[in-house]
Design a protein around this ligand. Structure first.
Ligand SMILES: Cc1cc2nc3c(=O)[nH]c(=O)nc-3n(C[C@H](O)[C@H](O)[C@H](O)COP(=O)(O)O)c2cc1C
Length: 357
């Protein structure tokens, strides 16, 4: 294990700074694995750009001093609307791996969504950081016995929701990974967990809506469907027992040239915003991005790569720095937008940006 730094870094002032610092210390493989996307990376790039295509329309003289960032997610009050996205094989990035992210998440009272392919098995993570608010991200394997075991273990170990990822029946065309030969070393896999080591061949590509219905009926936990980009599929998720959907293109790593989360969110919010908990991810890098997502109908956002950058530079302290920067920016953005609470962030707060014409 890396020695924890005694002093937190004071030279990093934004998630972009953290990204740059991480680029300098990560191996070529780790960098390609984290930062890469699918094919021409059109969607990967657009995930960031799409939030910048929205302009904010602030209200002034509202008297807001300390905005209330609390939200209700899956029926529970949370101090803020930021959730850590599930990311596989954090052990590639830093020896602290998922444990480092979990420690930061617990310190910042942030929900962490733990990947099926976490380097530390979800059960072990729960034992190591019991105070962590945690959701379990589920990939369904062709061996349904393994899947049932994973769900039972998540239920038993205090996971509060299942996040069923539906946009990865097969792996996308990951050229950056192919170029540098990213392979997942079995020691980075969840040793001791029931997850098969040859993971990519075992994910069940034949999953359908009726499978979702069965999972939702068989578990006490609320099920969020991750990887929805259309109103049509969001309605189907609602009809088949989902408690919520995550509007996501998997960080641009799966099907290239899909819509960004920012652009897909409004139609999904129109379709199911009143019935389901709606979350969005992809390219959230600023407090203003969070404000825009919430204004367009999301209850919360997920953040993926920045936690891995932070982990890469400084283990748990780096992951924590990322959460601190984003939460501070959110507070400032809400104050400057004139929103006393999340409920006051409505679609009137955003406009198409003139610099995009
Ligand atoms: C290195 C890496 C690994 C990922 N692994 C998973 C995973 O195991 N399960 C999953 O549902 N999504 C996975 N994702 C997608 C993220 O959960 C999330 O949708 C995406 O990264 C959000 O975009 P952002 O990185 O721009 O914040 C992964 C993303 C990255 C960058």
């Amino acid at each position: 294990m890396a020695e924890p730094r005694t002093e937190p870094r004071t030279d990093l002032h934004s998630l972009a700074d953290v990204r740059e610092a991480a680029a300098a210390v990560l191996s070529d493989r780790a960098r390609a694995f984290i930062n890469g996307g699918a094919a021409d990376e059109t969607t990967l790039d657009d995930n960031d750009a799409a939030w910048a295509r929205l302009a904010l329309a602030p209200r002034v003289l509202t008297g807001v001093t300390e905005p209330d960032t609390r939200v209700t997610l899956l029926g529970r009050r949370r101090p803020h609307p930021i959730v850590i996205a599930p990311t596989a094989f954090a052990g590639l990035v830093h020896p602290d791996g998922d444990g480092g992210i979990a420690r930061a998440a617990a310190d910042m009272d942030t929900v962490m969504c733990v990947s099926t392919f976490a380097s530390t098995p979800a059960a072990e993570l729960a034992d190591r950081v019991p105070e962590l608010s945690r959701w379990f991200q589920l990939y369904v394997f062709t061996d349904r016995g393994v899947t049932r075991e994973l769900i039972a273990s998540a239920e038993h170990h205090g996971y509060e929701a299942l996040v069923l990822t539906v946009d990865r029946p097969v792996l996308g065309v990951r050229e950056r990974e192919r170029r540098v030969g990213v392979r997942v070393d079995p020691t980075h896999n969840a040793l001791g967990s029931p997850v098969p080591v040859d993971t990519s061949t075992r994910v069940d590509a034949s999953l359908t809506w009726s499978d979702l219905e069965r999972f939702a009926a068989d578990t006490e936990l609320p099920v969020l469907v991750k990887g929805i980009l259309t109103a049509h599929d969001a309605r189907l998720a609602a009809e088949h027992g989902a408690a919520g959907v995550i509007v996501s293109n998997h960080g641009g790593r799966q099907l290239d040239t899909t819509l960004s989360g920012a652009d897909a969110l409004p139609e999904v919010a129109d379709a199911v915003g009143a019935e389901l908990d709606l979350l969005v991810d992809g390219g959230i890098r600023r407090g203003t991005d969070v404000v825009k997502a919430l204004a367009l109908g999301a209850r919360a956002v997920l953040v993926g790569r920045p936690l891995l950058w932070g982990l890469g530079i400084d283990g748990s302290a780096g992951a924590r720095l990322v959460l601190e920067l984003l939460l501070e920016e959110l507070q400032i953005a809400m104050t400057l937008t004139g929103a006393a609470s999340i409920a006051q962030l409505d679609p009137g707060v955003v406009r198409p940006a003139p610099w995009n014409r």
